[in-house]
Design a protein around this ligand. Structure first.
Ligand SMILES: NC(=O)c1ccc[n+]([C@@H]2O[C@H](COP(=O)([O-])OP(=O)(O)OC[C@H]3O[C@@H](n4cnc5c(N)ncnc54)[C@H](O)[C@@H]3O)[C@@H](O)[C@H]2O)c1
Length: 438
């Protein structure tokens, strides 16, 4: 009965937005989410261990490009969002949403340190009757093992005294069409009550909530989605290597195959996977399955193909320079794009950085242009972005397109560069003997 009482009271307060929300981790996922809740009328506190970031947000800096500028201004003007490095505000909230990083260790095994640290800070401060949602990607079983068990150690019963759910973040950075409001939100609860509360919460910021029957099912949804992408990108990358051997243009093949109105979804090759999700998340699943004595074979093959792509691209660059009678050492290369994908500033796990590092090791004289990444670290070197103007394009022994940012001037690249290696088909539709595609 206590559970019913807590849940009913909580749902009533949710309707009037009288439930303070705590968002843990103010990164690409957490900050837009905190802004969405604040814009929906909730008082929100964002908690992040990065002092500098909290300082910048507190001074009104928007931090994440994907947050709509007008929405940001609205939330600031309403005074409904504050940022903190302290976990003390958790004592006053009715909802905690955890959005901290879940990377891989150097050994390529899951690193759940940030989730564990966050839960250790939240658990002793949480009020009875609160809802805790994990949005960080994790392995199937993680929400139960890392969150429910911790809360039960306070003597609480999950689903009665406290509520726990998993709702994977599905946002696609840089995507102007789909954001929090119009991307359906998958929600799984530790109990049906937990799911009901979490669904009611997300219905305040998104048009459609898709309930699934358990925490594990919700965790698996995310892992299926990202494994699907990793495997299909791996297939496209393998096709690129095959087509090159056969003297066939892989881009032409994919475009023609994509005209089939059913049974084919196009994926495109590139210099390798990047970002916080696609190269990482499937390995959470294969790691978990190894413990259950099951080898997740597709994940292993896709990972191997995708990870070989930076080196494959370096091999193609070496061949192109060789054709021009030049060694890599001392050759002047202009790399276009350093982010992990189009129109984002995120360089985490970026394959472009791996290509750049390999070329630097071989002694290339490197410059890069990226309108979204003004500076970056490659190996032990700090690089500053340059303007890809006509002079720079013309002076480079080879221009290498590593990201197809919309801001790149396609015709200027094709016109001024002496030789181009285009790993993203940025120059699609432009012909010329000086253009080599992946
Ligand atoms: N970026 C994406 O596109 C995306 C998409 C879907 C899912 N995800 C998942 O969402 C989660 C967060 O990813 P992100 O891209 O927002 O990461 P991020 O690195 O951009 O942000 C995470 C934030 O958490 C903070 N943090 C780390 N440890 C903390 C702690 N113990 N307490 C409080 N704050 C802490 C960091 O300082 C950082 O600001 C990950 O699990 C990721 O896999 C990300």
């Amino acid at each position: 009965m206590a559970g019913e009482k807590h849940a009913e009271a909580w749902l009533g307060r949710l309707r009037t937005r009288d439930v303070p929300v705590g968002v843990i981790g103010l990164g690409y996922v957490g900050l837009p989410l905190a802004v969405a809740f604040a814009d929906a009328g909730f008082p929100v506190v964002g908690i992040d261990t990065d002092r500098d970031k909290v300082g910048r947000i507190s001074r009104g800096h928007r931090e994440v490009d994907d947050i709509d500028a007008a929405q940001w201004q609205r939330v600031l003007a309403a005074g409904r969002l504050r940022a903190s490095t302290s976990y003390e505000p958790v004592r006053d909230v009715g909802v905690v949403v955890i959005c901290v990083p879940t990377p891989l260790r150097k050994t390529r095994e899951p690193d759940l340190t940030c989730v564990l640290q966050a839960v250790a800070e939240i658990a002793p401060r949480l009020r009875e009757g609160s809802l805790v949602v994990l949005e960080s990607t994790a392995y199937p079983g993680a929400t139960e093992e890392l969150i429910c068990r911790q809360l039960e150690q306070r003597g609480w019963t999950v689903g009665r005294d406290v509520f726990v759910a998993f709702s994977p973040e599905r946002v696609d950075p840089g995507n102007r069409e789909f954001g929090i409001a119009n991307t359906p939100k998958v929600v799984g609860g530790a109990t049906p009550r937990c799911r009901q509360l979490a669904a009611a919460l997300y219905e305040t910021i998104t048009r459609r909530v898709v309930g699934v029957s358990s925490l594990r099912a919700a965790e698996m949804v995310k892992l299926l989605e990202n494994t699907y992408r990793a495997v299909n990108i791996g297939l496209a990358n393998e096709m690129a290597c095959i087509c090159h051997r056969l003297g066939v243009d892989v881009w032409e093949v994919i475009e023609a195959a994509a005209t089939k109105p059913f049974g084919f979804a196009p994926f495109y090759p590139g210099p390798g996977l990047g970002g916080h999700c696609i190269p990482v998340d499937p390995l959470y699943l294969s790691w978990r399955m190894r413990a259950l004595r099951y080898e997740a074979r597709f994940i292993g093959v896709a990972d191997a193909v995708n990870r070989s792509m930076p080196q494959y691209c370096i091999g193609r660059i070496i061949e192109l320079l060789n054709d021009a009678g030049r060694p890599v050492r001392g050759s002047r290369l202009l790399l276009l794009g350093m982010a992990y994908k189009r129109d984002t500033s995120d360089v985490r796990e970026s394959a472009a950085i791996d290509v750049a590092a390999g070329l630097l090791r071989l002694g290339a004289v490197l410059e890069y242009a990226d309108p979204h990444v003004p500076r970056c670290v490659v190996g032990s070197r700090r690089l500053e972005a340059v303007e890809p103007d006509a002079d720079r394009l013309a002076k480079a022994d080879l221009v290498v397109v590593l990201v197809d940012h919309a801001a790149f001037d396609r015709s200027a690249i094709a016109r001024h560069a002496r030789r181009v290696f285009d790993t993203r088909n940025l120059l699609r539709g432009i012909e010329g003997d000086h253009i080599e595609r992946l």
